[in-house]
Design a protein around this ligand. Structure first.
Ligand code: CU
Length: 140
């Protein structure tokens, strides 16, 4: 007895509306239009997009018991790759809540990458050698 038939009717109506909307969209040749308009007309209101540079990758060498460079500046969206090339094994371990995602395995060869998606100052150390420290400054 608890289920009123009204709910079902509403759901059916919503589904029908969705189907109608989808039908409208597929009728128009809308797939070709946006592609040609964006490539043909580099419009004026895209100043913010033009300012943003393409994401890049910056490399930090892990050797001689140091991170080199031990401080670097990147933009939001950039990736930092740590290249491990030392006898002893090291890790990259973020310091503090905002750097929790920086957490590489312990390794003495190969590389590990992290993409920074929020601005801020990220400090990190090697969990095996806490005197090994570095900073990544991520700018908007
Ligand atoms: Cu280390």
């Amino acid at each position: 007895m608890p289920l009123p038939p009204r709910r079902t009717r509403t759901a059916v109506a919503a589904l029908a509306a969705l189907a109608l909307t989808a039908g409208c969209g597929t009728d128009e040749p809308s797939t070709a239009a946006p592609t040609s308009s964006t490539s043909a007309a580099p419009g004026a209101p895209t100043a913010q997009q033009q300012q943003a540079t393409a994401p890049s990758t910056v490399t930090v060498r892990v050797e001689d018991m140091t991170f080199s460079p031990d401080e670097l500046r990147v933009q939001v969206g950039d990736t930092v790759t740590w290249e491990f090339a030392d006898g002893p094994a090291h890790s990259v371990q973020g310091i503090g809540d905002s750097a929790m995602g920086i957490n590489s395995p312990i390794q003495n060869a190969g590389s590990w990458s992290y993409t920074f998606i929020a601005p801020g100052n990220y400090r990190y150390l090697c969990s095996l050698h806490p005197e090994m420290r570095g900073t990544v400054v991520v700018e908007e």
